[in-house]
Ligand binder design. Structure first.
Ligand code: AMP
Length: 116
């Protein structure tokens, strides 16, 4: 796969571009979003680039999706008392800009009824 085909998240996983990495497992990486929308705003990203969005992930590897949720819970517990919002933007008109599945973990004091 050429550099132009690889996602920006694959380049973070490979340490080719910097990020503030907060957790890593054999299958996942988590790092701070560069443009935070909440007091805690992390991205949980599978190391595989096989799934472009959460729909593909849920049908293709539900166990990996469950790992993402568990890591999100762990990070929210460590940083914000355990409550969190999990967002998967899916498709360009829903705000997805990186087509390598990722979960936004939003935590801290969040407004009621808002999406970010
Ligand atoms: P989405 O719009 O749902 O595809 O989410 C992509 C997210 O990646 C956005 O919230 C960006 O702020 C974030 N992002 C893009 N580049 C970087 C980067 N180099 N380091 C950390 N977060 C990034």
């Amino acid at each position: 796969m050429s550099d132009t085909e690889r996602s920006i998240f694959s380049r973070i996983i490979a340490r080719e571009i910097p990020a503030t990495i907060v957790a890593e497992t054999d299958t996942l990486i988590a790092f701070e979003d560069i443009a935070p929308q909440a007091p805690v705003h992390l991205l949980v990203v599978p190391k595989t680039e096989d799934y472009r969005n959460v729909t593909e992930l849920a049908s293709g590897n539900p166990a990996l999706m469950a790992e993402m949720v568990a890591l999100a819970q762990q990070l929210a517990t460590e940083r914000a008392g355990g409550d969190f919002r999990l967002v998967f933007n899916t498709g360009p008109s829903a705000g997805q800009t990186v087509f390598h599945v990722h979960a936004h973990v939003l935590a801290g004091t969040l407004g009621e009824g808002t999406l970010a």
